[in-house]
Ligand binder design. Structure first.
Ligand SMILES: Cc1cc2nc3c(=O)[nH]c(=O)nc-3n(C[C@H](O)[C@H](O)[C@H](O)COP(=O)(O)OP(=O)(O)OC[C@H]3O[C@@H](n4cnc5c(N)ncnc54)[C@H](O)[C@@H]3O)c2cc1C
Length: 379
């Protein structure tokens, strides 16, 4: 029997929706609130490495993602002209019955996760936030933005990188910081040569092509940016194309097709890590609310999903809520810190290289390879 009866999940993003399913599968009643009045998910894609697929498989969602996505093996590495430098196999040692990677559009993933939460009986309320918490040690009374009050055994803040739940628990101690890079993304019809994930190293940027279905793919460009401003106006396509100067071959050809400013999705890169423990009393942070990182290992959502699935397992099997939360931190903190620190290191080396600084210790390829393999270990 589960150690709690009723939980509130704050945030209907990737992590919150997977957590809803994971907790419901353990017999826990789940309310999920989402701030937006309707589901709004931007249109580009996301990479699900093998360890993310393993976690999704444990709640019965991996096959649905594979059916709606574009599975692929490893990452083929190129120079800026399109010459192949390396073509290593992918790593699927976490779940050998599943592919190394799956690319999927974010709207399709969200549809799968919403259905996955609804079909097991999650009570979802859109356009709702939590205004205040009163934790008396045996439960939490939550006042909602519609004025209603409900009591829960556990509250989980899955409300993203700018989490209000985090601010309510820890004040401004953990503000995400801009790390000097931005990521630009754009969807294309999938071309025949994109039969696996592809990365192109330019002199001052890095470009990737990610399959998302048999007919769709997206491009990402990782760039050095002076500040954390957002680009989403009428000049966004022009700005994105200008980041591709210096590439020839396939990337230069695709660059000509970046014409719709509304299709450009840009994000300045932020990261933060809340110290252990991520909870106060009966209120826990998880996913991007507790830890955000750059996409260098494609592990942000993967970590949010692992948080969710493990939380369900522990609440379903531990001796007490205290024991479940302590074990959760024991198994999550060092793993997530490893991801955040590794991404920080990769960012630092990339920025040095793009500035023309020679660092004899820099070994992006080696670190990426080791980290990808390390994350296949059990979480
Ligand atoms: C450029 C970029 C590329 C990325 N690529 C990858 C990738 O390839 N693979 C990967 O694994 N990860 C990737 N990530 C990371 C991934 O997107 C995040 O780690 C993941 O979305 C985190 O999930 P989450 O549920 O914790 O938060 P979110 O997905 O941000 O969801 C938070 C939800 O909470 C809601 N919310 C916010 N405040 C409130 C409130 N007060 N009350 C109620 N609801 C609220 C929001 O509306 C939102 O729906 C990438 C990130 C970026 C920026």
């Amino acid at each position: 029997m589960a150690v709690i009866e009723k939980a509130l999940l704050i945030g209907g993003g990737i992590g919150g929706l997977v957590a809803a399913r994971a907790l419901r599968q353990r017999g826990i009643a789940v309310d999920l609130i989402e701030r937006e009045p309707r589901w709004t998910v931007y249109g580009v894609g996301i990479i699900q490495p093998n360890n993310a697929l393993r976690a999704l498989d444990r709640v019965g969602l991996a096959q649905r993602c594979l059916e709606q996505g574009g599975a692929f093996g490893g990452w083929r590495i190129h120079d800026a002209n399109g010459n192949v430098l390396l073509d290593p196999p992918g790593d699927n040692s976490a779940a050998p019955h599943l592919p190394s990677n799956n690319g999927i559009t974010r709207p399709r993933l969200h549809d799968i996760l919403i259905r996955g939460a609804e079909e097991v009986g999650t009570d979802i309320r859109l356009g709702t936030t939590a205004i205040s918490f009163r934790d008396d040690g045996s439960g939490v009374d939550v006042t909602f933005s519609d004025g209603s009050v409900r009591r829960y055994d556990l509250v989980v803040g899955y409300d993203g990188v700018f989490s209000e739940t985090r601010r309510m628990l820890f004040g401004d101690t953990y503000k995400p910081r801009f790390n000097g890079q931005g990521v630009w993304r754009y969807n294309f019809e999938r071309t025949e040569d994109v039969d696996t994930g592809q990365v192109y190293f330019g002199p001052e940027t890095k470009v990737g092509l990610v399959p998302m279905s048999p007919t769709l793919m997206y491009m990402f460009i990782v760039t050095a940016e002076a500040d954390s401003r957002w680009y989403d106006g009428p000049t966004a396509a022009e700005e994105m194309r200008s980041r591709l100067n210096g590439y020839a071959g396939p990337i230069a050809r695709l660059s000509q097709l970046i014409t719709d400013p509304a299709g450009v999705v840009y994000r300045p890169m932020m990261n933060h890590l809340v110290d252990d423990p991520w909870y106060r009393g009966r209120i826990l942070l998880a996913g991007d609310a507790a830890h955000s990182t750059t996409p260098h290992l494609a592990q942000g959502a993967a970590m949010a999903i692992e948080d969710a699935v493990l939380l369900g397992e522990l609440l379903g099997g531990a001796e007490s809520l205290d024991a479940a939360l302590a074990e959760f931190m024991r198994r999550r903190f060092s793993r997530v810190k490893y991801v955040v620190d590794t991404c920080d290191q990769l960012v630092e080396w990339e920025l040095e290289e793009w500035r023309g600084v020679h660092n004899p210790d820099a070994d992006q390829g080696g670190l990426l390879h080791r980290a990808t393999h390390a994350l296949m270990a059990e979480y």
